[in-house]
Design a protein around this ligand. Sequence first.
Ligand code: AN0
Ligand code: CP
Length: 318
Amino acid sequence: MRHYTSISDLGNLKAAVSEALQIKARPFAWQNLGKNKSLLMIFFNSSLRTRLSTQKAATNLGMNVIVLDVNQGAWKLETERGVIMDGDKSEHLLEAIPVMASYCDVIGVRSFARFESKADDYSEKILSQFIQYSGKPVFSMEAATRHPLQSFADLITIEEFKETARPKVVLTWAPHPKALPQAVPNSFAETMNLCNYEFVITHPKGYELAPEFSGKARIEYDQNRALEGADFVYAKNWAAFADPNYGKILSQDRSWTIDSKKMSLTNNAHFMHCLPVRRNMIVSDDVIEGPRSLVIPEAANREFSAQTVLKRILEGLT
Ligand code: AN0
Ligand code: CP
């Protein structure tokens, strides 16, 4: 594998999950694969899980890791070509990318949707420049439209915990005080649509995801009906995608918060969230702390999601 920007880069998902579970059973079995290879992780946005799990995964494979928080200590980067750089930005991405690439073998990039231009976000303007100008394998650590390390960890977790061959999985919007990207729900939906699950998306009107991501999922505007018989409830907030409201908050309706009353409509469902989560906005304390909550094992699987991706990228290096 050269680049990892979408779950579809993994090819056969059954094989990918089985590889991840083999890695989970023996994380140090490939510790020579990354010898003398350096991973550079570049963060344009904050992170706890992605930063730690990807660093741990790379270390398991014997790699060296360099981490750069672009907004803390590096020069402020201009990303638009043709700008007269007389403002506060000291360096252009077009020099920074090849320079950073010269110090490493593999590059991970976190660059969220900026909600300034839907066209820029949905063309993955920043991530694609790393692919174009670095000459190195690049993987997404959450870009503008997708978070494929997260959705792969989500899939591993569902496969580990499912109690029926074809579980009902419900992706539900939930309220949040800030405008959040669609990357996590997009990637989750994209992944669920590649699996033989019953997949339902529920959200208030106006929160429709891009059709390329919602795909063949059943859209149900009544959250209670969507939750009936669910085996997995995956909660997430996102801002509106559809024009003219791209990037806007349309609702903060706390009747969409997942609490024990909502969970009682389900088939004793497991609760999932990518974290970080706002308690008692997205999910009540008792549900996230309850016996059916998978948020901690789900986050732990980020290590094996990242290690599978890095292993495949290292195997593809010539
Ligand atoms: C980010 C998001 O919703 O995309 C990262 C989630 C992994 N969340 C926040 O910014 C709170
Ligand atoms: N789930 C996730 O990617 O978390 P971080 O933003 O903390 O990396």
